[in-house]
Structure formats: structure tokens, C-alpha cells
Design a protein around this ligand. Structure first.
Ligand code: MEV
Length: 435
């Protein structure tokens, strides 16, 4: 008989019952089942309330990037990511930036956009005017939904109306601009949009359908800038000034070519997303927002996508990097307020507002990108990757913690970074003949 994944009431079962079911489904061993266990400090009931059908946790490595100095303040930056080299690269880049004073950052107020789609509007231009005429009442009605947000200086601030041609005919799309203060803003914005929708539909003479936040947070931007001194970039085979030029060439490649740009921006998100994950924020929102922002900005120049960073050489011949990206992240609400590790990470970061967190994300994104370009434009990124890979191979081949470095060094020396060779070396070390 074929197995069915239709399991009635799965959500009503306990975590233990769900695990037992999985055990049977996949014939999991005791050891495999243990991988679902909650680490000390992460209470099962907390996780069980965060999402549905919980069976365990999926811990990612959490590393701390050092050396960050932003607007004269020092930060230790928790980064949750499965990819080797990212944390080391961010720390190294921050060290170079630090020598010239560190990162300077700025940001817009934390304004998110909510969208209400209105269909079957007989006269969209007239509807637009009718809605804008009622701006004050609409903002007041939206703000009545969230008096606490308003008390803290946030709330609905503006109404915009767009007339959107579409494959299904013209649509009226209302944007509600909401200052979310220290929240990500999703709940406040969606609730306000749902509240306003019937009145907007009435004013437009149509019907309101979608009411949802936009992840293209063009009004919630953070910027960072840093100088990377040429003299600190020299390698055994290239002068600092040659490396500056090589990085500018790498940047120009990304600015000219979407295939390269996708990878360039991905490297930026290595840094940004790992801090977003570490702080319990929505990494899909920031990823989607960043990539759409890059495409949206490029569209003004009839291009496909744009690097989120840019680079130039200053009069002294040093490299100056900058970045601008949307940062829809919060410190209150959501997993940030619930997940014990996220809470500890926010405390380690010491950020006091969502804006400060957004600016830090921009600095980390710039650091990560600078590190990637520097590596790519000089020795390539594989050496650093291979060192970590060799250590991983050594450990999985059975090297004890005090032997890992030795085994990895031999693998690198022999340029034989393979599991079978790692196993041979470990067996020889342990006095067992290889083979
Ligand atoms: C790898 O995760 C990220 C890089 O590919 C970024 C880049 O190419 O700029 C190294």
C-alpha cells in the first residue's frame, strides 16, 4: 500500500506524537531523532507556538563578526548562516574599514507601504481624486486601529493613489504609508489596509480585493559608507592601488551585467540575511525587497538590475564603498521578541531601534561585498573556502578536535582535499593502517 501524507489532525498532536510519526514514516534511528531535540535554553512550548506542526528546531551555526565600528560605536555582530567564510570575511572587511574610522550610516524614517487593490472602477482618475480628497479622514481611520504606534510617533502618514494598467484591465492601487517605528510593520500595515478597504472601495466605486504590505520598502532605506585604505589592500603580488583598481573593475562588471550582478548582490545578502536571521527577522522580506529594489532602481536606466553597492576611488587613491537598501526589520513583535537566541543576539548587538538595526545591516552588507570583491579580484575565494572545507573533512573523517588542524594542513599541503585522503591520514594518526 502506498503511504499517504494526508494526516488528519497533525496539528493537534503533541511534538512527541509528531516525532513518533516521522520516525515511522522515514524509519529514523534514535540518533537521527535526537537531531530534532530542543537545545537547552530553547523551550519547546515557545517554538511550538511560533509555527504550526512543530517537530523540533533546525539550528544554524551562529558566529560573531568582530571589528565593526559604525558611527563611532563598536558592535559585535551575531550572524546565523550555514556558509563558511562569511563571518571571517565580514570581520576582516570591518577591520580594514575601521582603520579609516569605520562605517558611517544614515536612514530614512521606518516607513512601510500597504497596498489596497481596487477593481472594477468605472472612472479611475475621478476615483483617485475622491480618495485623495479624503486623505485626512482616511489617515485618522487607519491610525485609530493602532493608538500605541501613534503614541510612539508612528502610524499612517500618507495616502497615495496609483492607476495601474494590467493584463486584466486598469486597477486603482492605494498605497498607505505607515511609519512602523521599531516594529517590522507587517501586522500594523495589514490591519490598517483591511480597515480602510471598504471605504476606499466605496470612494472608488469599485471593489477592494488585495490588502497587504509591500516588500518593496522604498521609504525604509538604510545607507552605509566606508573608506578602505589602499595601503591595507596590498598582496604579495599586487600593490594596494592595483587592488583598488581590480575591485573597481569587479564592481563595473556587476554594474554592466545582470549575471554578475545577481552574484554580487547575493554576496551582500550573505551578510545582511545572516544578521536578519540571527535577530529573528523575516529574511524573505528583506531578500525580496533588496532584489526588487535593485531591479526597480535599474529600471529608471532601462537596465535589468543594479548592484546595491557602489565604489569609487578618492583623491588619496583609497577605495570608498557605499550601499543603500530597504531594511524592513523590527525589534518588537514577531520572532525577535519571542525566540530566546534572537533576544540574546539583539542584546549582544546593543541596537536600540529598528533604524539602528537597519543601518547596521547596511554596514554588514557593504563589508561582506567589499570582502568578496577583494578576494575575487585578487587570490579568488576558493582558498579560504578550501581551508574550512579541509577542516570539515578532517572532522568528519574522525580527527579529534586537537588533530583537526594538523589533518587539514596536510590535506591543503598535498592539495588533496578529499574525504578518502582525510580518512587515511586520520587512520595513520590513530595507529590503524589505512585501507
Ligand atoms: C558566495 O556566497 C558569495 C560570492 O559569490 C559573492 C560575489 O561573488 O560577489 C563570493
Amino acid at each position: 500500500m502506498t503511504r499517504s501524507s494526508e494526516i488528519s489532525g497533525f496539528y493537534r498532536r503533541t511534538i512527541e506524537e509528531r516525532r513518533a510519526l516521522l520516525r515511522e514514516w522515514a524509519d529514523l534511528s534514535e540518533e537521527e531523532l535526537r537531531a530534532y531535540e530542543f537545545p537547552p535554553g530553547i523551550p519547546a512550548p515557545t517554538v511550538d507556538r511560533m509555527i504550526e506542526n512543530v517537530v523540533g528546531v533546525m539550528p544554524l551555526p551562529l558566529g560573531i563578526a568582530t571589528n565593526f565600528r559604525i558611527n563611532g560605536k563598536d558592535y559585535l555582530v551575531p550572524m546565523a548562516i550555514e556558509e563558511p567564510s562569511v563571518v571571517a570575511a565580514a570581520s576582516n572587511a570591518a577591520k580594514v574599514a575601521r582603520a579609516a574610522g569605520g562605517f558611517s550610516t544614515s536612514s530614512t524614517p521606518p516607513v512601510m507601504i500597504g497596498q489596497v487593490q481596487i477593481l472594477d472602477v468605472p472612472d479611475p482618475a475621478a476615483a483617485r481624486h475622491r480618495i485623495l480628497d479624503r486623505r485626512e479622514e482616511l489617515l485618522a481611520a487607519a491610525n485609530a486601529v493602532d493608538p500605541v504606534l501613534v503614541k510612539f510617533g508612528g502610524g499612517a502618514k500618507e495616502v497615495e493613489v496609483r492607476l495601474l494598467p494590467s493584463s486584466r484591465g486598469p486597477m486603482v492601487v492605494v498605497h498607505l504609508l505607515v511609519d512602523a517605528r521599531d516594529a517590522g510593520g507587517m501586522n500594523a500595515v495589514n490591519t490598517m489596509c483591511e480597515k480602510l478597504a471598504p471605504e476606499l472601495a466605496r470612494l472608488a466605486g469599485g471593489r477592494a480585493v488585495l490588502r497587504i504590505i509591500s516588500n518593496l520598502a522604498v521609504h525604509r532605506l538604510a545607507r552605509a559608507r566606508a573608506t578602505f585604505r589602499a595601503e591595507l589592500l596590498a598582496t604579495p603580488t599586487a600593490s594596494g592601488s592595483q587592488v583598488v583598481d581590480a575591485i573597481l573593475d569587479a564592481y563595473a562588471f556587476a554594474a554592466a551585467d545582470p549575471f554578475r550582478c545577481a552574484t554580487h548582490n547575493k554576496g551582500i545578502m550573505n551578510g545582511v540575511s545572516s544578521v536578519v536571521v540571527a535577530t529573528g527577522n523575516d529574511f524573505r522580506a528583506i531578500e525580496s525587497g533588496a532584489h526588487t529594489f535593485a531591479a526597480w532602481q535599474a529600471s529608471h536606466d532601462h537596465a535589468v538590475v543594479r548592484p546595491l553597492t557602489s565604489y569609487e576611488k578618492d583623491r588619496a587613491g583609497d577605495l570608498v564603498g557605499s550601499i543603500e537598501l530597504p531594511v524592513p526589520v523590527g525589534l518588537i513583535g514577531g520572532a525577535t521578541a519571542v525566540h530566546p537566541t534572537a533576544k540574546a543576539n539583539v542584546k549582544v548587538l546593543g541596537v536600540k531601534s529598528a533604524r539602528e538595526l537597519g543601518e547596521l545591516l547596511a554596514a554588514v552588507g557593504l563589508a561582506q561585498n567589499f570582502a568578496a570583491l577583494r578576494a575575487l579580484a585578487t587570490e579568488g575565494i576558493q582558498r579560504g573556502h578550501m581551508e574550512l572545507h579541509a577542516r570539515n573533512l578532517a572532522a568528519s573523517a574522525g580527527a579529534r578536535p586537537d588533530e583537526v588542524d594538523r589533518v587539514a594542513a596536510t590535506l591543503l599541503e598535498e592539495k588533496a582535499i578529499r574525504f578518502d585522503r582525510a580518512k587515511e591520514i586520520v587512520e595513520t594518526l590513530h595507529g590503524r593502517p589505512a585501507g
